[in-house]
Design a binder for this molecule. Sequence first.
Ligand code: HEC
Length: 112
Amino acid sequence: MRTLPLLIAAAFYAALSAIACGSAEGQADRRAAAPSAPDGMAIFKQYCVVCHGADGKMGLNGAKDLSLSTLTLDERINTISNGRKLMTPFNEVLSADEIKAVAKYTLTLKKQ
Ligand code: HEC
C-alpha cells in the first residue's frame, strides 16, 4: 500500500496544474480560440439593465417586461439590432455575434 500516497500526490498535482491553466494564460488561449462566443449576460448587464433591469422586468422608458416577452430569438435579434420606440438600435454598438448572445440571454429571463 505504499503507492496510495503517491497516487494522491499525483492527483493533487494534476488538479493544481489544471487550476494553473485556468489563469491568465489559459484565458487568453480560450479567447483566441473562440472569438465568436461573447458573454450574453455580461452584455445585458452593460447595455440593457438601464431600461430592462437585471431580471428584465424593470420596464423603464416603457421597456417591455422581458420575462413576459413571447418573441422568438430572431425577433429579439431584430428588435435589439434595429431598436424600437425608445429602445436604441444596438447594431452600431454590438457585433452580430454579441447581439445574438444577448438575445439568447434574454430568453433565459423568461418565466417558465
Ligand atoms: C433606452 C432604454 C432601453 C435599452 C437600453 C434597451 N431596451 Fe429593450 N426595449 C426598450 C423599450 C422601450 C422596448 C419596447 C418597445 C416597444 O414598445 O415596442 C424594448 C423592447 C425590447 C425587446 C422586445 C420585447 C417584446 O416582447 O417586444 C427586447 C427583446 C429587448 N428590448 C431587448 C433588449 C436588449 C437585449 C437590450 C440590450 C442590448 C435592450 N433591450 C436595451 C428599451 C430599452
